[in-house]
Design a protein around this ligand. Structure first.
Ligand code: SF4
Ligand code: SF4
Length: 422
């Protein structure tokens, strides 16, 4: 027991140590495919999905890349629909073996039910020290979901997958189950219904995450959202979590992750309203690799190199001038956007915000003594340290933006303002 406890703390201490010192990435996002069996209206990755990459990163290439990367804590898998790849378990096992990863997040449209279950069984039984968080997409209820996915029967498959994953959770304690709800123009009037439905009917889920539609979706109106509805839904989720109706809040680290999310939603909402809030650490502690082996500081900015051209040696990129320049520009120009993945690490490894997390944790402990129903009554009551502003630009519009990172922009498109929710 003592040994397990020790290993548990060691893994988080190592994560914090690397993140605070900012010497190596703690989070790597790997897009393993651009293939997908459905066509969601608000998909930010629709161009690669439509164009289907002809030379998708292979397991052999992943093995070489992984060997050239230092150890890191958190692997995020991106796509496309992840489970179109039969070798997904081998991919995860490769990083587990070579990079000692401790946490993997896998999003899915939940349509490949049997493949999902067999892949999860394989990964979880082979990687006992790994926490796997599976996030099922849910953007509407019943026909609304199918309409947004532009495909019949997706909601039914979602329910079936959900039930099967819940059964698997009884066997594997290192399996987490979340819901990813995208806030787009199309779904924003029904977000609270989705959350209420999930709380009342999907009691096996651990977390509900709301993400703003972003990038340049096929139907560009998707990103014209009402940010007040975002705030409202965020508060609904937070109330449910604090009341114990969503499990996320039940452990110490669950509380820390949830408080980080609370801060992140405020940072994002305030970014939409008034621009730059906190420094971005993309390229320093987080990196993105796409299915064509291009490497990026984040999903919005230009590539800093292609691993096929560099003999799959990530060290050449990590120690190279191009990444260093990109990181300097991000810092000096106060780059900002609303992308949740980068902001998770930006908040966790921002020293003043670490203090905010501790402060909110203490407020929670005190309020808990009095059976409170929410940590903060109003969205704006959560205050955080906002960095000073010098220059600023939006990541998709600024100096670093020399073409779309994922998928190539036509020349005529480049001259247009990117479609951003501001
Ligand atoms: S959002 Fe995901 S599931 Fe939907 S089309 Fe895009 S890649 Fe496929
Ligand atoms: S666009 Fe800028 S702020 Fe957004 S993740 Fe990339 S570097 Fe960070």
């Amino acid at each position: 027991m003592q040994k397990t406890k020790q290993a548990f703390y060691n893994k988080y201490l190592n994560f914090v140590y690397n993140g605070v010192l900012k010497k190596a990435p703690v989070q790597v996002t790997l897009f393993i495919t651009s293939r997908c069996n459905i066509r969601c209206k608000m998909c930010f990755y629709w161009e690669p999905v439509e164009n289907k990459s002809t030379h998708e990163i292979s397991l052999n290439e992943i093995e070489k890349i992984s060997k050239s990367l230092p150890n890191f804590f958190w692997l995020l898998i991106g796509g496309g629909e992840i489970f179109v790849r039969k070798d997904l378990p081998e991919i995860i096992k490769t990083f587990y073996k070579n990079n000692n990863i401790k946490h993997v997040s896998i999003p899915t449209n939940a349509t490949y039910e049997d493949k999902i279950i067999s892949s999860l069984e394989d990964i979880l039984s082979s990687c006992p020290d790994l926490f796997l968080n599976l996030n099922l997409s849910l953007n509407g209820l019943g026909k609304d979901h199918d309409d947004l996915c532009q495909s019949d029967g997706v909601f039914e498959k979602f329910l079936s997958t959900y039930k099967k994953v819940c059964n698997l959770k009884k066997k594997y304690k290192n399996l987490g189950l979340g819901l990813n709800v995208t806030h787009s123009k199309f779904s924003e009037n029904k977000l609270n219904n989705i959350v209420d439905y999930a709380v009342n009917n999907l009691t096996g889920i651990d977390n509900i995450s709301i993400g703003l539609a972003r990038g340049r979706p096929k139907d560009s109106s998707a990103i014209n959202v009402n940010i007040d509805k975002y705030k409202e839904t965020v508060q609904t989720i937070e109330r449910y979590v604090v009341q114990g109706k969503i499990r996320t809040f039940k452990t110490f680290f669950g509380k820390i992750a949830f408080i980080k999310d609370m801060i992140m939603r405020r940072v994002i909402a305030n970014t939409v309203k008034s621009g730059f809030q906190i420094p971005c650490l993309a390229g320093k502690i987080s990196l993105v690799i796409d299915e064509k082996t291009n490497v990026y500081p984040c999903e919005m900015l230009s590539s800093v190199g292609n691993l096929r051209e560099l003999n799959y040696d990530m060290k050449k990129i990590l120690n190279g001038q191009i990444l260093k320049e990109a990181v300097t520009k991000i810092k000096n120009n106060n780059c900002y956007c609303t992308h949740e993945c980068s902001y998770s690490t930006n908040i966790l490894f921002n020293i003043p915000l670490m203090l905010t997390i501790i402060k909110i944790y203490l407020i929670f402990v005190i309020k808990n003594l009095f059976n409170f129903e929410a940590i903060f009554k109003n969205f704006e009551d959560l205050k955080y340290f906002k960095s000073k502003q010098n220059k600023q630009f939006y990541g998709q519009k600024g100096n670093l933006y020399s073409g779309r990172t994922f998928g190539v922009l036509k020349k005529s498109e480049k001259s247009h303002d990117p479609t951003v929710p501001f």
